[in-house]
Design a protein around this ligand. Sequence first.
Ligand code: SAH
Length: 244
Amino acid sequence: MKIEVRKYDLLITLLFLVLPFFQSCLNAQDNFNGLREQMVKRQIQARGITDKKILDAFRTVERHKFVLPEYIQYAYRDSPLPIIENQTISQPYIVAFMTDALDLEKDDKVLEIGTGSGYQAAILAQICDSVCTIEIFEKLGKKSKALFSELGYNNIYCKIGDGYKGWAEHAPFDAIIVTCSPTHVPQPLKDQLAEGGRMIIPVGKYPYQNLVLLRKKKGKIRERKILPVRFVPMLDEEGEKYTP
Ligand code: SAH
């Protein structure tokens, strides 16, 4: 009898010890959900993005899972953040703006150049049937691939290599998004764009780049500059920047 009472006491004490831990996990989750909703309203909706499927994707994808642990409290800020290999996860609004510019449909096949943290690919994977993404840094490519499977994405196909060359085996693509900046639009990417396809790409010499939107119609490509931006440069396999 005595022993049973002690056991019971021990159980109660243990419960009181672990309860605050679970409580704080729940609070943190609530906090992130609130911050994410704020990000959607203030940074994305308020700046003119109204497409429900894009807003829903931003509500669903947990950006705090794509940032480094030391930046987790800044995950929903209106800014880019550093990731490994001296690269960056883009500002949420820029991710939304570029996604919006692509006029995506559910059954589109999308190619992304510059997987980085994987955040942009995850957003695209919420909207479209399949996303192919290429990253030049092996460490980054492996890290984001592991994250995609941990989060249950089975429509993101990853490759480690030079995205300048595109991904011929999966071409043509209905949409191409480039999240690192070459000084000119790579010809292989133009070639791999499907008829009616769209491409959004930052072009220029760091730090003076413009987002350029391209459309292929009847085999011809039309392009127009839409926004001045600053992206990390596109690198080749030797780690050199692409020059004209
Ligand atoms: N889309 C990313 C943004 C990453 S920043 C995100 O959502 O987090 C751009 C990325 O492009 C970097 O990870 C960089 O390593 C990668 N990159 C640079 N040159 C590349 C190339 N030639 N091919 C593929 N990826 C490249």
